[in-house]
Design a protein around this ligand. Structure first.
Ligand code: GDP
Ligand code: MN
Length: 411
């Protein structure tokens, strides 16, 4: 699960990790009202207005409706103009940003609608660094990644100058060791106060990752201020969904407007659904069989449109919902239902399929392979329904048939 920048910064600040002061705003009035206290606290007339979406690249991204407005805007007014001028400038920006679609390299060309802004104290930056704690699945540990190349995408640094990325593995028993924090500070070329401030920052960040079961904490950029302190100018956090039950306060931060509607619907029906880029929709029971089904479709030259596991104990209604989710994907050219009835009975699946087609219709080829408990009853239900479907005898037979019916392998 991802959260917004303002939420991540709140979590960091509560743990004593430095981030600029800021206020969240859902209306232009709230945005304007945030300005004065921030200016008074910092004594600097600079504030930054940042769109809150679950996607990066905001600084370079622009609004569809206002191509001159970016996702991150630095508002600086003359010291003599006073806070009122800054308030007006922020209000004007907020009116353009709120409700608008922000397009960045991570959003796709339709962009993402901005519902909230973060109004933040401007920071006097002397250096932009990159810092992240992420799960290294190969090492089965969290690692710290740091680089002097802050403010740019780390994937690009990894490609063009991999030697500029520093790594440190976090031992789960002892955490990030002081010598590791030291080595990282040294590797980044930090000295004096900045090095000291960085060591404290990275140690607290590593501890946060372990405590909160994050998949990723990315601070890009981590900046060195003119006062020689490091602070999180940006903050991205993603949490391990399977550990969210341990953090109910974080689970509450989920923003459903940021989630894929189909995945949201699947979640509320208790189905495991992940959308993929292919054309063959798959409705399967059991994660293992779902994987095997996707592999087999790929093996015969097709591309699965999704992963969908209806689980062991689904009822006909859940199956129908799964079917509807698959058919609502415009990329789907054909559907392969592959069921091995164990706890899940084939007749229940058959009822679900018939119910779903009754509800949403069927305008793509459908291949069904049923095996296991109550298979005869299931086949009878499908046959008597008069549904236009193709029966398959095995997994590979089904994969071959759906591929053929959807026009063969692409290319
Ligand atoms: P992203 O583009 O979505 O990753 O958004 P960031 O929060 O990383 O902001 C993008 C860029 O805006 C940063 O790399 C900075 O260069 C700039 N920026 C953000 N806040 C400030 C600020 O307070 N002062 C100044 N001078 N620049 C800022
Ligand atoms: Mn950033």
């Amino acid at each position: 699960m991802k959260i917004h920048e303002y939420q991540a910064k709140r979590i960091l600040a509560a743990r004593g990790i430095s981030a600029p002061l800021g206020r969240v705003a859902a209306t232009a009035d709230e945005a304007a009202a945030a300005v004065r206290p921030l200016i008074e606290e910092s004594g600097s007339p600079v504030v930054v207005v940042k769109a809150q979406i679950h996607a990066g690249g905001r600084g370079k991204g622009a609004f569809k409706e206002h191509p001159d407005v970016r996702g991150v805007n630095v508002v600086a007014v003359g010291v003599d103009d006073g806070p009122a001028a800054a308030e007006e400038a922020v209000r004007e920006l907020a009116e353009k940003m709120l409700g608008g679609a922000l397009v960045t390299i991570q959003t796709g060309e339709e962009g993402k609608v901005v519902n909230r802004l973060y109004i933040e104290q401007g920071v006097d930056i002397t250096q932009e660094l990159y810092l992240a704690v992420l799960l290294d699945r190969a090492a089965s540990r969290n690692i710290v990644m740091a680089s002097t190349e802050g403010g740019v995408e780390i994937e690009r640094v990894a490609e063009e100058a991999p030697e500029k990325i520093l790594r440190a593995e976090i031992d789960p028993a002892i955490g990030l060791a002081p010598f590791q924090a030291n080595e990282l500070a040294h590797g980044l070329g930090l000295e004096g106060d900045a090095a000291k401030s960085f060591r404290r920052f990275v140690a607290a960040l590593a501890e946060t990752a372990t405590d909160l079961d994050t998949d990723l904490i990315e601070i890009n950029p981590l900046v060195v201020t003119s006062h020689g302190q490091v602070t999180a100018l940006d903050g991205k956090m993603a949490f391990d969904d399977n550990a969210l039950f341990r953090h109910p306060d974080i689970a509450e931060m989920a923003d459903e407007t940021e989630e894929d509607p189909a995945e949201l619907r699947a979640k509320s029906a208790d189905l495991s659904y992940i959308k993929l880029d292919g054309t063959i929709g798959c409705l399967v029971n059991g994660a293992g069989l779902a994987m095997a089904t996707m592999d087999t479709i790929k093996h015969v030259g097709g591309e699965p449109a999704n992963f969908l596991d209806v689980g062991g104990g689904a009822d006909a209604d859940q199956v129908a919902t799964g079917f509807e989710i698959i058919t609502s994907d415009p990329n789907v050219k054909g559907i392969f239902v592959n069921i091995f009835g164990g706890i899940m009975r084939c007749d229940v699946i058959a009822e679900g399929v018939v119910e779903a087609v009754g509800r949403v219709g069927l305008d793509t080829p459908l291949v069904v392979r049923l095996e296991g408990t109550n298979v005869e009853a299931g086949k009878r239900i499908l046959k008597e329904s008069g549904l236009d479907l193709v029966a398959a005898d095995s997994l590979s037979d089904g994969a071959a048939k759906i591929l053929e019916l959807t026009g063969g392998a692409p290319g």
